[in-house]
Design a protein around this ligand. Structure first.
Ligand code: BES
Ligand code: ZN
Length: 465
């Protein structure tokens, strides 16, 4: 066992107790009531980097602060940027949590808390991976920087302003700060339990709110019904027209830019032996739905979607109330595959909804956020380095997968700074991210730390000249 491995092994209890402290901070970015707690999360993290002698800054933005930290330079070595997020999703519905979301609890080798896997528990493995080098060897084998944001779960407005140069100083620009040979992100999942993976594709997203306004107030549906447009009926018709019974999205030009799956990639997916029945049973459904002609894995990883994420109108209380509601609304999002642009989806959706909007209804379509998907080249020395590190840290070679989730900034790193990203997820798809009882297997947390430490070594061997 190397001194590095020994250090990591000897520090397991401390890693866990630091993780528990970290998860106690309710850094819910979307809810203004938690602004001070989000800031406390940024400060906790900044302090942790400072204790490792990283040059650390809290960058204030229009939203929550960014944490930027940079290890002392290692001349001649490659430069790595770790991106992650310290903000979390709201924990609702609270009564479905077995233990409270911000009182981390360990059961059956898993830590249960909001942010356990997404992304506080995963991102901090890289801090510990760096710490192991600093505490044993005295320095890192790479130039290492961290950019950890506090708004990933709510649109990353501050991060995009930072990337656009809004917070540049004469001494340092965002472009200089983030510039690296490779980006590393652990904000995703393994292929499955016991099977680590490198993810080479993510879907993008286009997220909207639709608001329909009808009469000036709720009306008696007997007295007025049949003569006045009902916003709830209108909304139902509009939403139903977005996807057909074969799972095809009915927006003009929606499929035009899509890069179709190659036969080779379909074979690679099929070779993973994905058990669809077990997958459906795992989420409590008796069968699946999706675009005809594609497997569940293909639909999740490489085909676009349209999902209603929220829907409201009319009377929701006990019993019956006969009204034409004054308003109706929905949150609707599209998952996009690489090469699809959220702006085009916005325009097509607007045209579709306008064509279906009946007289007497005012339609508002609000674009909440959007980002294209990403693909990462498989044939790079960084991929090979990541695969080697995973094999050492997890004791098993990774498979190469895509994922249906979105990490919007990965596309921005590629488009704006020409940087590829290694997507190295230590979590599992069923870790309940964004759901009650979010969890993270502690064995994977520790394997993630070991893999991170090995990754710096493997990347350090790559020549950048
Ligand atoms: N960590 C997730 C994304 C993820 C999870 C990717 C698992 C791959 C596998 C991230 O925090 C997230 O939830 N992103 C949002 C993006 C959105 C709010 C812009 C998503 O995918 O819904
Ligand atoms: Zn995340």
């Amino acid at each position: 066992m190397t001194s590095l491995d020994k250090f990591i092994n000897d520090n397991r209890n401390r890693y866990e107790s630091e993780l528990m402290d970290w998860l106690k901070i309710p850094s819910i970015s979307t809810d203004p009531a938690y602004k001070a707690d989000v800031k406390r999360g940024a400060e906790w993290l900044a302090e942790r980097f400072r204790s490792l002698k990283f040059k650390t800054e809290l960058i204030e933005t229009c939203g929550h602060p960014l944490v930027f930290a940079e290890a002392p330079s290692v001349p001649g070595a490659p430069t790595v940027l770790v991106y992650g997020h310290y903000d979390v999703q709201p924990p609702d519905p609270l009564d479905e949590w077995v233990t409270p979301p911000f009182q981390p609890s360990i059961r059956e080798g898993k830590v249960f808390a909001r942010g356990a896997t997404d992304d506080k528990g995963q991102m901090i493995t890289h801090l510990f991976g760096a710490e192991a080098w600093i505490k044993t060897v005295g320095k890192l084998p790479v130039n290492l920087k961290f950019l950890i944001e506090g708004e990933e779960e709510c649109g990353s407005e501050g991060l995009y302003e930072f990337l656009a140069g809004k917070y540049d100083s004469p001494l340092r620009t965002a472009q200089q700060m983030i510039q690296a040979d490779i980006v590393v992100v652990s904000d995703n999942a393994q292929y499955g339990p016991g099977q680590p993976a490198v993810t080479y594709g993510l879907r993008g997203i286009a997220y909207f709110e639709i608001r329909l306004t009808g009469p000036k107030q709720d009306l008696h549906s007997g007295l007025y019904g049949g003569s006045i447009s009902n916003p709830a009926n209108a909304l139902a018709r509009m939403l139903a027209a977005l996807v057909d019974e074969n799972g095809r999205i009915q927006l003009d030009g929606f499929y035009d830019d899509i890069i179709e799956l190659s036969d080779n990639e379909r074979e690679q997916f099929a070779a993973l032996g994905f058990d669809e029945q077990a997958y459906f049973a795992g989420v409590g459904v008796t069968g699946g739905f999706g675009e005809a002609g594609y497997s569940a894995l293909e639909r999740r990883w490489a085909r676009p979607t349209c999902d209603i994420n929220g829907l409201w109108s009319g009377y929701q209380g006990a019993g019956a109330k006969t009204i034409i509601p004054a308003r109706a609304g929905a949150k609707v999002s599209f998952r996009l595959v690489p090469n699809q642009q959220p702006e085009k989806v916005h325009a097509a959706l607007k045209a579709k909804l306008e064509s279906l909007c009946p007289p007497g209804i005012i339609l508002e379509l609000i674009s909440i956020h959007g980002a294209p998907g990403s693909m990462v080249p498989l044939d790079s020395p960084y991929m090979t380095a990541a695969a080697r590190a995973i094999e050492k840290g997890f004791g098993k070679a990774p498979v190469f997968i895509r994922s249906g989730g979105s990490i919007p900034v990965v596309n921005a790193f590629a488009e704006r700074a020409g940087m590829d990203t290694l997507l190295l997820g230590w979590g599992q798809d069923d870790d309940n991210l964004h759901s009650p009882n979010e969890k993270f297997l502690l064995a994977d947390f520790h394997r993630g730390i070991a893999t991170s430490a090995h990754l710096w070594e493997e990347i350090g061997k790559i020549s950048t000249t």
